[in-house]
Write a protein that binds this ligand. Structure first.
Ligand code: SF4
Length: 218
């Protein structure tokens, strides 16, 4: 079986049925996602940018909050590499998965950093994004023939950077997503009463009653 795209594994971790829909449709990256992702390559300029410039960018926070988050991120030991990575948007193929690693940092070995344009959770990273990040680390490790035990996740619309350790739990979630992606050969069952459906672009086609609809119907 050929390696799975990182995004397949991320989607499998979100909802197997959503992965079924995505494989059926051709999904392209919207322009606004590319614009927001670009913020992750402009940190040094953004740290010193005046309020008016920050306000004109696709950030999710007022300029002072955004700058404060970037200031906190700048305390990270890998900050210089995050601002000026050894490689950007590198296509990597591993044994089981393949895809684009948004930044490859050279930290005595390769360290991936993945950029997500949505909102961060209050702490850590969302589970599907953790799966995609582990996939990126696994593919890099395969190419470099050495373990990769550390990664970063960036939320550039918030100026937030979080470190991800490849713990046993994270690796198990990655393997579970891999099994799910391998097993799909027809529409998997819908999630039941899950908040994820509220944010899913397939909710109408899927026919689930979202939580907001249920609360309206009582
Ligand atoms: S609406 Fe819910 S069950 Fe249907 S594909 Fe989306 S997340 Fe999965």
């Amino acid at each position: 079986m050929s390696p799975f795209p990182f995004t397949d594994l991320e989607t499998a971790a979100y909802c197997p049925r959503k992965l079924y829909y995505r494989r059926r449709d051709e999904v392209t990256v919207p322009e606004r996602v590319a614009e927001r992702r670009e913020l992750a390559f402009e940190y040094e300029r953004l740290l010193d940018a005046p309020d008016a410039d920050l306000a004109a960018l696709p950030t999710a926070l007022p300029p002072d909050e955004y700058r404060a988050n970037l200031d906190r991120a700048a305390d990270c030991d890998a900050w210089p590499d995050l601002c000026d990575p050894a490689e950007r948007e590198r296509l990597v193929a591993g044994k089981d998965c393949r895809g684009v690693v948004h930044k490859v940092l050279d930290r005595d070995g390769p360290v991936p950093s993945m950029v997500f344009t949505g909102d961060p959770p209050p702490e850590g990273v969302w589970e599907p994004q953790s799966v995609r990040t582990v996939a990126a680390a696994k593919a890099l490790a395969w190419e470099h023939e050495r373990p990769v035990e550390r990664a970063f996740v960036e939320y550039p619309t918030h100026g937030v950077v979080r470190e991800v350790r490849l713990t046993t739990r994270r690796k198990a979630a990655y393997r579970s997503a891999l099994r799910t992606a391998r097993a799909i050969d027809g529409p998997p069952p819908r999630l039941r009463g899950d908040a994820k459906c509220d944010a899913c672009e397939y909710r109408e086609e899927c026919g689930v009653r979202t939580r907001s609809l249920r609360s309206l119907l009582g």
